[in-house]
Ligand binder design. Structure first.
Ligand SMILES: [Fe+2]
Ligand SMILES: [Fe+2]
Length: 157
């Protein structure tokens, strides 16, 4: 059994956000695997860097999506994103490539943060987008594509 099961309760119905969440889950499961193995120094630092990079990109995409939706809770949602990024930068600052350690409590905190954020805040955003903006799960455009073109998806009759 994985550290985090995908999709479990985590699918929100906006295709590209779901794909990015799945990728974050995969990386956190990798992080759990390397942190649990005996010889993990360099691997932990490398996987954590990967997680931070993908998390930053995902938050940027999601915040662009919120702006497109004129989402009323966007500021609070973005503040939650900022909290995790602060924690990540503390973790990165505390580990060198040679002496990387990630204790089980920290991993559990990351797991809980991500699952709770997706199940609550991201799901609320998806409900808003799907209900008020007429985006459907099958029709939702790539968020990166929306950011690039500024195009709204067509509304499904
Ligand atoms: Fe989010
Ligand atoms: Fe998200």
């Amino acid at each position: 059994m994985s550290f985090i099961d995908w999709p479990g309760e985590l699918r929100i119905g906006v295709a590209e956000l779901d794909r990015e969440h799945e990728q974050l889950v995969r990386i956190i499961n990798d992080l759990h695997d390397v942190a649990s193995s005996a010889q993990h120094g360099r691997d932990v630092a490398g996987v954590l860097l990967d997680l931070v990079r993908h998390t930053r990109e995902h938050f940027q995409h999601e915040e662009a999506f919120m702006a497109r939706c004129a989402y009323s809770a966007a500021a609070e949602h973005a503040r939650e994103h900022g909290e995790l990024l602060v924690i990540f930068s503390h973790l990165l600052g505390a580990m060198s490539a040679e002496k990387a350690r990630l204790d089980p409590d920290t991993l559990e905190y990351i797991r809980r943060w991500l699952c709770s954020h997706i199940e609550n805040s991201d799901a609320a955003l998806a409900r808003f987008a799907l209900r008020d903006k007429g985006i459907t799960a099958g029709d939702a455009p790539g968020v990166a594509e929306m950011s690039r073109t500024g195009a709204w998806p067509r509304r499904i009759p």
